[in-house]
Design a protein. Sequence first.
Length: 495
Amino acid sequence: MKQLKRGAGILLAVSSLPSKYGIGTLGTEAYRFIDMLADLKQTYWQVLPLGPTGLGDSPYMSFSAFAGNPYLIDIESLASDGLLDLNTMSEYSWGNETDRIDYAAIFHNRFKVLRNAFDNFNTASEDFLEFCKDNVYWLHDYALFMAIKEVNQYARWQDYRDGLKYREEAFLETFEMENERDILFWKFLQYEFFIQWNKLKEYANKRGVLIIGEVPLYVSEDSADVWAHRDLFRTDEEGNLTEVAGCPPDAFSKGGQNWGNPLYNWEQLEDTDFEWWKERIKINTRLYDVIRINHFVGIVKDYCVPAGDEDGTGGKWKKAPGKLLTDAICEAAGETTIIAEDFGTVMIPTVRKLMNKLEWAGMKVLLFAFDQDPGNRYLPHNYEDSNCVVYGTTHDSDTIVGYFKDKSDYQLAFLYEYLGIKHKEEIPDAFIRLAYSSIANVVILQMQDILALGNEARMNHPATVGNNWRWRLWNDAISEEKRDWLRTMASIYRR
């Protein structure tokens, strides 16, 4: 597996792109963003997971580990294909704030528009039928799951009547006959998503930009994956979870976290030669040029939390398949480069040992570096090799400005000395320069940090629901001065 090409990139969720329709899409603004990346001498665009969002609008709580998010389908592209009349879009509200996503408005109106497009679509077309055939492993189960969910007003699948909850053949056949058109609608959405995404990725690659996409280790409890493959997950007879994934207490979360994601039935997955995982990785190799697998430690050890606990203090570590799973991932990934989210695992020798064998790129996060310890592994002078990606911050953390805002000059003395600065306002650009100058093959900065925004622009506050994943970029947000400076940084440090 080849190492990452030296370069720099920007982390920005597709949903955060500007748009007159309430949420970023795979349309014109996405192409403009790629053009800007090329102009700024950036090699990478890292996106957040692209799946259909579920609980709390989180891309990490998706209705499917395989499907694309229908919200990201570009309305204007559908109109160009003759499926929509843009003049009718004024009938719908997409929210009142240009810098925040109003998910309630999107949910209420987006599917009405997409249904209008579907009514003008030829489901007998050769391309559509070929798409359905090529994605037979997951597509029908997903479309069926979403059609049932819609009929049940988006209730959890565990609350369906027994015949549908337990996937009894007679009940499913009856539902499919009665709701054939609705099932086709959900397949149509996936067809349009993948058509638009593939065109966008092809354009990015032609402009010299590689897409880094994320594969969350865990899936959502309320997903087509758990509903259709219950034997692959640890559930009781009713499909409910007794233990869930989480993380132990640490410096950033004193009580640890209960993420609520199902844990895998590793024995059953091993018996099937990890087929589900292989299929998942294969589809992601088509979506992205580079795959980032989050929470790498969970491949070696699961942190298992009792389902009803408020935090992660009551959790325990349990063995996961480790190399057996990574072998399956490597087989399915082929030549696709993989990044492992391995921070926080330095105290688990088995995790470090497996990382060293795999030669996957690891992660460094500068925000974690300044604890007054010159030996901190995230400080660039301690990087042992270049096969890593250095981030300023993550989507789960404060922004650079937000993190240091309330810290005193005394607390910042070490940071000032290390960065060679004297004032708090200098920190964001000094962070960027430090990352660019490191030996790491790749540096990725969140757009919010490039713009030196505070925590009002933060993407996610872990263990909270209701006000996350909403931040949006505005047009021409990066000044010409900042653009010139980023080009200079890329040139000076051979990015």
